[in-house]
Design a protein around this ligand. Structure first.
Ligand SMILES: Cc1cc2nc3c(=O)[nH]c(=O)nc-3n(C[C@H](O)[C@H](O)[C@H](O)COP(=O)(O)O)c2cc1C
Length: 597
């Protein structure tokens, strides 16, 4: 119901407009502050008011588990700052190249730049055994102390005091420095002081480290996944992303023209950067600006899944290898990890459908739709619902990686037997002959190859896909085709490509699996190709067929047939160089150099 129509009773306790606005204002203008602190001390009465606000926070069973340790002593703060420095260095050493450079420019604490620090603690035993609510969820004790922090943070903003939260501590190390009894834990370490100004946006957003997620991504109606703001139609993320891509009108012709024109004025013979000039023009067309943003930091997402068609003997590799390779990616021991380290990219592994259960690990996103697909020679590989779920997983991962600050996404894959599913998808989407689109994958003998072609033929005969023309108007039923033949990794990757395009972020495609996924994405939203860059040409024949249908030219052609994202990673420096040249190279007019007549 619109505000103005509230019945009297419902709005009775509402604050007068000005006071209500002040509440929303302090919420919007609260900032985590790390720089620009003034030397002025914080008067005790101000500090008391802020602590009083913290002390009024809600708490589980009214247990009020917090204590506040107010630290002004310089020597103690120096010891605490040294603890934080150690963890900062450790974190920095673990970052991929582009992230490490960005992190170098960030300030993560102001322990010594502020006149007062406050540690907020939690006593999870306070109130005894029958604390209402905490008996089922012990973690609610810590949640309560966090609410005290939130109150303190807001009150401080209203007082004109900046607050910065530092979490670069081993909790026990800090507890020892603060003399905490063993049963208390440190919840937050806050640095407070007056500031020259409050930034309008989070500093991490201004620095390009991370972006704000729109509210509509976070609100679900009734159950997880039914997104939609109150009063608005519930949003279908896939339909939404397809509509968003169409609305962008990609590529932006004006930005492309500006980029092409700038290439001609750059201090070099016209056209001398060859294909890279076209890449820079395409990047500008995607971003809608000239010069376009540099495609860094970059992240490769390796989508992993198993395939029912493995049962048909299309590969000599046992299915367990998918899970074993996932463990290897997470441990950092695969070729993709080496190439990512070299290119300065992050590696994320996504379990969308590995047959076995995987142990949780940092860098592994658990998004399993099912433990492997069904055999497409016997029925559909996935249900339609599973295909949509996998597409949605992929587009949400793209959004999350972009919100986390990435400006280039790279496709990777792992799934024993996935070249068979890829060949079937390529045939379904392009009408190619299975004998031409099917390849030898990891390396198979003539008998296995013949069987693989036959498997693809049988699948096509069974499902009779409506052939789509991905570069013309989308026709047929792309989700149905994905469901018939695809792996979960194909569907998730198609969603990933769509998600990136909707956010105008480039996606570097790896080999045949990515090519097949891109055909599906293009059949769903044909402008998506404006966001796609073909990293390399795989030796899998289906890959070249896919690329020519998509109208994409591979950036490198090195005879690779590994997958994982390896070929795409090799192209990352090419994309980055193309964008950087367009941005940094002087023009004849600016440099005062005479042009060739
Ligand atoms: C639990 C928590 C821990 C945080 N730890 C740090 C930290 O160690 N260093 C830092 O610079 N900022 C830290 N922050 C601040 C966040 O980076 C900041 O809140 C976020 O970027 C959003 O910006 P805003 O608070 O200005 O809206 C932390 C924030 C929270 C809530």
């Amino acid at each position: 119901m619109p505000d103005g129509q509230l019945p009297d009773r419902a709005g009775y306790h509402r604050y007068p407009d000005e006071q209500r606005d002040a509440v929303y204002r302090v919420i919007a203008e609260r900032r985590d502050v790390r720089q620009g602190f003034l030397a002025e001390p914080v008067p005790d009465e101000v500090l008391r008011r802020v602590l009083e606000a913290a002390h009024q926070a809600p708490s589980v069973g009214f247990s009020q588990p917090w204590d506040f340790i107010v630290i002004t002593d310089r020597e103690r703060r120096e010891r605490i700052a040294a603890l934080a420095r150690g963890h900062r260095d450790e974190f920095a050493a673990d970052l991929p190249g582009a992230r490490a450079r960005a992190f170098d420019r960030l300030k993560i604490e102001s322990i010594l730049d502020t006149p007062v620090n406050i540690a907020v603690t939690c006593d999870p035993t306070r109130g005894g055994r029958h604390t209402l609510g905490r008996h089922v969820q012990p973690q609610t004790a810590a949640f309560s102390s966090v609410l005290a922090v939130a109150n303190l943070w807001l009150a401080a903003r209203a007082e004109g005091l900046g607050v910065g939260w530092v979490s670069f501590f081993g909790e026990r190390e800090l507890a020892a420095e603060l003399g905490l009894p063993a049963h208390l834990e440190v919840i937050a370490y806050l640095c407070l002081g007056y500031v020259a100004e409050f930034a309008p946006e989070p500093e991490l957003a201004t620095a390009g480290w991370a972006r704000r997620r729109p509210l509509s991504w976070a609100v679900h109606a009734g159950e997880f996944g039914r997104r939609g703001l109150p009063g608005e139609e519930s949003v279908d993320p896939l339909a939404d992303v397809i509509a968003a891509i169409a609305a962008l009108g990609l590529p932006d012709e004006a930005a492309m023209a500006a980029a092409a024109e700038r290439q001609d004025r750059m201090i070099k013979p016209r056209g001398s950067l060859g294909v890279l000039e076209k890449v820079s023009v395409r990047l500008a067309g995607l971003a809608g600006s000239c010069p376009p943003p540099l495609p860094e930091p970059a992240c490769v997402a390796i989508f992993a899944g198993d395939h029912g068609v493995h049962a048909q003997g299309v590969t000599p590799w046992p299915q367990e290898v998918t899970a074993q390779m996932v463990a290897n990616f997470v441990a950092g021991g695969a070729v993709v990890n080496a190439f990512a380290a070299q290119a300065g990219a992050e590696v994320t592994v996504v379990d969308v459908g590995v047959a076995s259960a995987l142990d949780p690990a940092p860098g592994l996103l658990p998004r399993k739709i099912a433990p492997g697909t069904a055999d497409f020679t016997e029925g559909a590989a996935m249900t339609r619902e599973q295909a949509v779920a996998a597409l949605t997983v992929g587009l949400e991962i793209a959004r999350d990686l972009v919100a986390a600050g990435n400006r280039c996404l790279i496709t990777g894959d792992m799934g024993i037997a996935n070249t068979t599913a890829s060949a079937a998808l390529v045939c379904a989407f392009t009408g190619a002959d299975p004998a031409e689109a099917t390849g030898r994958g990891t390396g198979i003998d003539a008998a296995t190859f013949a069987r693989k072609v036959d498997v693809v033929c049988r699948g096509l005969a069974l499902h009779r896909p409506v052939v789509s023309d991905p570069v013309g108007d989308p026709v047929g039923d792309p989700v149905g085709v994905l469901a018939a033949f695809g792996g979960f990794e194909h569907a998730a990757m198609a969603g990933f490509i769509l998600g990136a395009a909707a956010l105008r972020v480039p996606v570097i495609l790896d080999g045949v699996i990515a090519g097949a996924a891109a055909l599906a994405a293009a059949a769903l939203a044909h402008d998506v190709t404006a966001a796609c860059f073909a990293g390399h040409r795989s030796v899998e024949p289906g890959h070249s067929i896919a690329l020519s249908h998509l109208g994409l030219s591979p950036l490198v052609d090195l005879g690779l047939r590994l997958g994982e994202g390896t070929g795409a990673l090799l192209a990352l420096p090419l994309l980055a160089s193309a964008a950087r040249a367009l941005r940094d190279v002087a023009t004849f007019d600016s440099a005062g150099v005479t042009e060739k007549p």
